[in-house]
Each structure stands twice: as structure tokens, then as C-alpha cells.
Ligand binder design. Sequence first.
Ligand SMILES: Cc1ncc(COP(=O)(O)O)c(C=O)c1O
Length: 332
Amino acid sequence: MNFTKFPRRGYLQGQTPVEPMKNLSKALGGEVNLFVKRDDLLPGASGGNKTRKLDFCIADAMEKGADTIITCGAIQSNHCRLTASWAAKEGLECHLVLEERVKGSYKEDGSGNNFLFELLGVKSKRVVEGGSDMMAEMEKTAAELKAAGKKPYIVPGGASNPIGALGYAACAQELMEQLNTTGLSIDYVVVPSGSAGTHAGMVVGMAGTNANIPVIGINVSRTKEAQEEIVFGLAQKTAELLDVKGGVAREDVVCYGDYVGPGYSLPTDAMVEAVKLFAGEEAILLDPVYTGKVAAGLVDHVRKGTFPKGSNVLFLHTGGSPALYAYLDTFR
Ligand SMILES: Cc1ncc(COP(=O)(O)O)c(C=O)c1O
């Protein structure tokens, strides 16, 4: 895969670590060897997956002459936090449209990422009802800013368009370089599947490097069927943009939808257990909305014996720990 024709800002500063999780593997019965790729340690305030996507999206914005970034997300959005973070570094204005997916959950003085939006200098936050057309809402903000003389650029929710998903195709290439250098053979990669750019990008990158490693997405908001269609659609467009010969196959996109619980961002007992397990066994902080639920799925499948004995399974840790502080009651 050749990424050189796409502008990039160079946010990564090298590869994120791949680490064995020996204590956790043992605690779960010792039949499967668990590994983690630490994208929670990526640069950008408090780290996480969006830095890889924004490396491409903000470069595109700046190439187009933007001086202002508009994006959207849920009220505790990690994506909004990282967009604000990179906008601050680049000297761009950042405006957010926040979707209150759970009615009554937004608090102006909320903790976690919501607090960080302020600290990172976000210029405006507008909260809209759950289910709103977020692109239309961002376009409204863009029209107001244009009228005020600004040059706004809209980054879609989660930076999950083909430009953003390039970041995760590049991550798959980075991972394969690490595995080929160390000789570590991975049998499965488990990733979060939300706005879909991470999952779609990884599928494209695995196809583009001919890796032959299945990628399993664990959903945080949708059913298996709905999410697989979204991931596949984005993967096809990303493969086309990157000119990956042969594209991606529908069967390369696999999602598990059983760990969402009552809904997006709503806690489950299995999420709480997984967050405590990762913290206690590996000193790795997950988050309640994304990686905690994905880890709950991973733990369940290890316990159920889905992965054959002796398999090496890699969990892609996409970050999100600031949201923990908005969920203290759930964990105490
Ligand atoms: C910490 C974290 N992990 C995973 C995801 C899901 O990634 P994607 O939206 O690319 O599917 C998100 C999305 O916001 C996230 O914040």
C-alpha cells in the first residue's frame, strides 16, 4: 500500500507498542495468548485511535485552506477530544456539535472528555437531540462560520470517511511490519467497531498487505447485520481510494453484536468486569463506552473457547480512558 499520495501531518512519532498480556491470559485460563497493540498511547491529549485518522483528515483540511474544524460526536466523545487537541496544536479553531444520545445525560459541567473540550480551547459546543442528522447540524454551524468570514472544514463523526480510515489501513501495515520484524504470529485481531473507520481501515490494511489474519469487530452500538454493512461499505470506498488491488471481500467483515447491552454508552456488568480485569491484571485502562465493551466480548469469547487452544489473539486498544471519570458511580 502506498500512502505517499495523501497529505499527512505526521502526528504518530513511530509505532505504538505490541505487548503480551501474560497475566490476563493466565487469569482467563491460559489456553489463549493475548496481546495488545497500544493505540491508547498515541500522541494527542490522552491518546487514542482518532490521532491516526486525524493525521490524514486535518492534513486534507489544511491543504484546502481551512482555518476552522467542525466535528461531532456523543457527549463524551473521544473523537471530539482528539480533534480539539490537534486543532489546538495546529492553531485552528474547533467547533463541536454534540449528540445527546441518552436523553438528559448532558451536563454542561460534566467530567471526562467534556471537561477536556473546555481545557483544549473548543470555541463552541452545541448539543442536539439524539437521532439528529449530524451532518446537517454541522453544515448549519459551517454556514454561520462562513458568514463570519471563517474557512470551516467538516470532519465527519469519528473521522470515519475513507480519508480517515486510511489511518487504520496504515495501522494494519504498521502492525504487519512489527509482526514480521519480531516473528510474532497473530491468529486473530479484535477491534472496536463504532463509527466504523477503525474496523474498515484494518480490514483494508490486512487485505492490502495480504496478511491473512482475520479481523473481528465488536460492536458498541448496532446489531451485527447493520454494523457489517456499514463497515463493508466504508472498507470498499477506502480500498478504492487507496487502490488496493482486488479490494475487500464481504466475508472479511465480521462483527459481533452481543456486547452492546441496553445501548450505546450504557454500562453492562461484563464491561465493568473487563475494565477491572485489564486494570488489575495488566495495569491497562480501558473505557466504559468502547474498549470496555470490546474487551467484554474478547473475554467472553476466550472463556467460551471460540479461539482454538494456543491461539495468539491481539486486542487493538483504541484508548478512551478519560471517559472513565464520567462513570465513577458505575465502578464504585
Ligand atoms: C476509545 C474508542 N475506541 C473505539 C472507537 C470506535 O472506533 P470507530 O469509531 O473508528 O469505529 C471510538 C470511537 O469514537 C473510541 O473513542
